[in-house]
Design a binder for this molecule. Sequence first.
Ligand code: GLV
Ligand code: MN
Ligand code: MN
Length: 409
Amino acid sequence: MSLPRLKDRLLALARFGALPGGGVTRMCWSPPYEQARAWLLGEAKTAGLATWVDPAGNVFGGLGADRVSPDAPVVLTGSHIDTVPEGGILDGALGVMAGLECLHTIREAAIRPARPLAVAAWSDEEGRYGSLFGSRAFCGRLDPAAIPSMAAVDGDRLVEAMGRAGFDAHRAPEAAAPPGGVAAYVELHIEQGARLEEAGIPIGVVETIVGARRARVVFHGQADHAGTTPMERRRDAFLGAADYALKARELVISRGGARAVTNFGVVHVHPGASNIVPGRAELVHEIRDPDAAVLERLARDCEALAREVAAARGLTVELRPISATTPAPCAPRVQETIEAACAALGLASRRLYSAAGHDAQNLAGVTDAGMIFIPSRGGRSHRVDEMSDWDAIERGANVLLHTLLRLAA
Ligand code: GLV
Ligand code: MN
Ligand code: MN
């Protein structure tokens, strides 16, 4: 495993969609994303891998495989090269670049594992147009009927975004891998939280990945003149949204498990002028919990709360689900293999759950899947200064290499 080569590739990838003050905006299907995808295919070819792209836009580099087939089940690694807006250079990129480096190293060393290996860059992990899109298609979990209505929060439709990138979104479900085609999946990722750093532990072995519910919550009131309408006669949709946001936070804290979290990351007020009482307010509400039953209960309780808040303020509310991912346990066999790799390398590890969503949770539905975490500096992620130490990156890539070799033996 060559850290200089891995570092060069991570920094080269970081140039696509780079922001002036650091960090990147590289949303799936956007021009910088498509440039990064073309660059990645070139890097995989340079590394001596067979390359292919499936109808969901997932990019693969194979060693001893030029497709996914049950005739020779592949040991798969990967992650994603799309980012959130104003994101960091490692979320997703690390797993793809480290996977590529592992396969490059294995090929150069002329090691011939019993099973073929492949690295994947899954499309739209960050879910601009729908959560964990590429891995969902690959794992046969993409509903063809939902495709025409899949859209970003700004209204940009998936069908058009993929069309601009030269893909037919309606064909994305054809990316579904044949049953038995994947022998195992392991993904290296930054932790995106502070647990490993605070404990001084170099490697995390993921036990479970959280599930997340996202819904659009739209409060409807009455637009009115902001100067002439007496306060008591206003039906202000924004105040309904604000009241709901504060009460939903309390509800999730008081009724969720210790690991339940909630967020309102998108807020729109309509028509959006300082001299008009807001007639409509839209929120995108996200709730996460590693326990499926708790998550389900919180989602239902929040729906009831939204209706109560609306009724109390003379408003109406519409609830439109956007996405639902289910919590996924990682396979004991993969966890044990990662731990054996750590022991062989003399690295301490700790089991933990993932509070972020990952493509591995889709893969867990079709094969034995697991994840390796490395510490994130200050626990920072989904922000431009997300980073990990280079020696932590090297340790993670080495654990990935040893885990892949064991899974493919
Ligand atoms: C993925 O980054 C997530 O939102 O958890
Ligand atoms: Mn992310
Ligand atoms: Mn990620």
